[in-house]
Design a protein around this ligand. Structure first.
Ligand SMILES: *[C@@H]1O[C@H](CO)[C@@H](O)[C@H](O)[C@H]1NC(C)=O
Ligand SMILES: *[C@@H]1O[C@H](CO)[C@@H](O)[C@H](O)[C@H]1NC(C)=O
Ligand SMILES: *[C@@H]1O[C@H](CO)[C@@H](O)[C@H](O)[C@H]1NC(C)=O
Ligand SMILES: *[C@@H]1O[C@H](CO)[C@@H](O)[C@H](O)[C@H]1NC(C)=O
Ligand SMILES: *[C@@H]1O[C@H](CO)[C@@H](O)[C@H](O)[C@H]1NC(C)=O
Ligand SMILES: *[C@@H]1O[C@H](CO)[C@@H](O)[C@H](O)[C@H]1NC(C)=O
Length: 417
């Protein structure tokens, strides 16, 4: 009950933090997609500008203390720290945990670390490292609550980028993070995108040079990005895929929020894998990243631990795309997975899996909820592994029901060869 309350309280925040909603609100659907080219996973870090003149064999790169051949990622909402302390995170299911979020100071372009961050960041990294098995701890910067304008200003000048880069590395080392994750929602034009690619190059250089100075393994660099490699609503713009492939360890496409409260005329699956009628789907998004030149191993597919609800027009017409006339239960039509399971039990809802789209939904009276459940999570993880992706991530740790979907995802990955 108390847990129920907490989740509802923070509902408003969930979607605002990592949502890709903005771009789907347009009715028109101009197609725009650009493609570019590639390098490789793990060994991708470019050499620092200064290489050793020594003729002797190169020292072996410092191995990561936490080697993983898969990324089972999850964002940890730091505002839930008291009900969901770092010690509660099951590292059997999560190999990479992202501390969500710290912001960027709008005048210095360094990270802005709040009092609660001060309190939790060191505890977060120490706890995850001490767990059996240990997990990597990454610091996620930005999120949907963080003004995109500050990111834009940060990447637009060499001084601002240098201040940001210095602050991220200093902060990561101070608190024991293994890596840094940038969550700019979203670059809004082609100039933002090209400046972002300059940031990635400089960030990588700085991280390599710091690692060679400190003798520590280089910090991991990642980014949470739009579900597809380019935006095809409003201002067309493509991510700098070449720079991403070259300078980042991996990216996390946010494969969710395809449908929601901005269109209440029909029900929708907000994270479907396949959609025969549109390009707004996870399979399209992932393919677009690969075609743009990001190696599959550097793609970590997002999955939501929350659903979206609608009010059906007619209780007997209850499929995907059925006529609707408003949002359903939850907070403005958003429900945590744990709340959906409780709702389904309480209302004896009909629960359905749709194999064409790889998604699940439930309905009771005129209430309709679309979400990822046990079967769709299993099929999506199979899709990720079959396509040789680097792994998957969930938004967000703590929204699961007793870690059921987290366990299914992890076990599915392990059971495949
Ligand atoms: C989603 O889009 C609608 C319509 O544009 C907008 O009113 C709403 O604020 C957006 N929500 C988020 C979380 O971005
Ligand atoms: C983290 O904080 C919790 C609660 O305050 C405490 O019990 C635990 O010992 C701390 N863990 C580490 C590794 O500092
Ligand atoms: C970076 O941003 C500035 C300011 O918006 C712009 O003038 C410049 O052209 C951008 N640089 C690149 C490489 O796109
Ligand atoms: C950050 O800047 C300070 C002050 O200039 C410098 O001493 C430090 O080495 C820099 N750190 C990194 C990681 O670049
Ligand atoms: C989806 O994208 C493909 C490839 O970019 C394009 O050819 C097709 O027209 C798009 N489909 C829709 C429905 O927009
Ligand atoms: C969740 O797990 C706890 C402990 O294993 C168990 O007592 C509880 O009944 C479970 N809740 C649900 C809804 O299955």
């Amino acid at each position: 009950m108390a847990k129920h309350r907490i989740s509802t309280l923070f509902l408003a925040i969930i979607v605002f933090v990592l949502a890709a909603n903005v771009s789907f609100s347009t009715a028109s659907f101009p197609t725009f997609l650009t493609r570019k080219s590639r390098p490789t996973w793990g060994t991708s870090s470019p050499k620092p500008a200064c290489t050793s003149p020594s003729p002797s064999p190169k020292p072996a790169p410092t191995p990561s203390p936490y080697p993983h051949d898969v990324i089972k990622g999850g964002y940890w909402p730091s505002w839930l720290a008291y009900s969901l302390p770092p010690s509660s995170i099951p590292t059997l299911y999560y190999t990479h945990v992202f501390y969500a979020f710290v912001g960027i100071d709008a005048s210095s372009y360094g990270l802005s670390i709040t009092q609660p961050d001060e309190q939790w960041m060191g505890n977060f990294t120490a706890t995850l490292h001490a767990k059996k098995p240990p997990a990597q701890a990454l610091l996620a910067i930005g999120g949907a609550n963080s003004g995109p304008g500050t990111f834009s200003n940060m990447v637009s000048s060499p001084d601002n980028r240098a201040a940001f880069i210095n602050s991220t590395i200093t902060t990561a080392r101070k608190y024991g993070f293994d890596g840094l994750d940038i969550d700019w929602e979203f670059p809004s034009n082609p100039s933002d995108m090209s400046n972002l690619s300059v940031l990635f190059e400089e960030w990588r250089e700085a991280v390599e040079s710091e690692a060679s100075d400190s003798g520590k393994p280089p910090l991991v660099l990642s980014a949470a990005v739009y579900f597809a490699s380019s935006f095809f609503f409003d201002t067309p713009r493509a991510y700098p895929a070449v720079a991403i492939a070259k300078y980042l360890d991996f990216v996390n496409p946010m494969c969710f929020d395809y449908h929601g409260s901005w269109d209440t005329s029909v029900t929708g699956e907000h994270a479907l894998l396949y959609d025969k009628t549109s390009n707004i789907s996870t399979s399209f998004g992932i393919s677009s990243w690969i075609e743009a030149g990001v190696p599959p191993k550097k793609l970590v597919m997002g999955m939501p631990l929350y659903g979206k609800s609608w009010e059906l027009k007619h209780p007997k017409i209850h499929g995907i795309g059925a006529p609707a006339d408003g949002v359903g239960p939850g907070n403005n039509g958003i429900m945590l997975y744990s709340d959906i399971v409780a709702y389904n039990d309480e209302h004896h809802a009909h629960v359905a899996y749709d194999g064409d789209t790889v998604s699940e939904y439930s309905y009771s009276g005129t209430d309709w909820i679309g979400y990822d459940g046990p079967t769709s999570v299993e099929k999506k993880v199979e899709y990720a592994k079959t396509n040789n992706l680097g792994g998957y991530f969930f938004w967000a740790i703590g929204y699961d029901m007793n870690w059921t979907l987290s366990a299914i995802a992890s076990n599915t990955w392990e059971s495949m060869h």
